[in-house]
Design a protein around this ligand. Structure first.
Ligand SMILES: [Zn+2]
Length: 211
């Protein structure tokens, strides 16, 4: 595992940093002008990302509005992530991986019960419920996620796959923050399909100002 304190932060003068154990989540507040970074510390790990406008909880990061704006089913450097009110919230500044899923829903307890016959499995949805509770954000308000580093290749017949991520230890994606927001990342606990290489592992999130 990469020691996050050994990472120099690249473009970021780091102000706040959270190491997220595999299968858990963290949330923090960011301001317009900040940089926000997600780091895969061991590799092959997906980070589900959701975001809410700080001053209006009816406004959130929206995959469908982002897809409509970018006409793309992936994230690329320069892409702007839109809210449901069609305002820009994040812009991709740097990306080591180049493969993300902005189509599929996050894992939840129902998914593990219905599709895998497993009761009580940790899930991204329950992780978000836990870490967003201090901001008063209810489960029903949690939007579709941006699945950072998820390897979901789109096939010519418009079906898509679910493969082991190509990310390696230390790979990172960095966003320009364009609007004040509450951002949460879940190091997805899915260990029953290839999405996290069958081994959920830690991630880090960092926020700060441009150097
Ligand atoms: Zn998940």
């Amino acid at each position: 595992m990469v020691d996050v304190s050994s990472l120099d932060g690249g473009e970021i003068e780091v102000r706040e940093e959270r190491v997220i154990p595999g299968g858990f989540a963290a949330a923090l507040s960011v301001s317009a002008g900040d940089l926000f970074e997600i780091v895969d510390l061991e590799g092959q790990q997906v980070g589900d990302l959701v975001g809410f406008a700080t001053h209006d909880r009816t406004e959130w990061l929206s995959t469908s509005h982002t897809r409509a704006a970018s006409l793309c089913l992936n994230l690329r450097v320069g892409d702007v992530l839109q809210t449901n009110w069609r305002r820009p919230m994040l812009e991709v500044l740097h990306d080591d991986v180049g493969m993300h899923d902005i189509i599929t829903q996050m894992c939840d307890e129902r998914r593990y019960r219905i599709d895998y016959n497993v009761e009580g499995h940790r899930s991204c949805r329950s992780n978000f419920v836990d870490v967003l509770a201090p901001w008063g954000i209810a489960e029903w308000a949690i939007p579709d996620p941006f699945n950072i580093f998820q390897n979901a290749p789109i096939h010519p017949d418009r079906t898509f796959g679910n493969q082991i991520p190509t990310s390696v230890a230390g790979d990172r994606i960095v966003f320009n923050v364009l609007a004040d927001a509450i951002l949460a990342v879940s190091a997805c606990p899915q260990d029953l399909n290839p999405c996290n290489g069958f081994n959920p592992s830690p991630m880090a999130i960092r926020v700060g100002s441009p150097r």
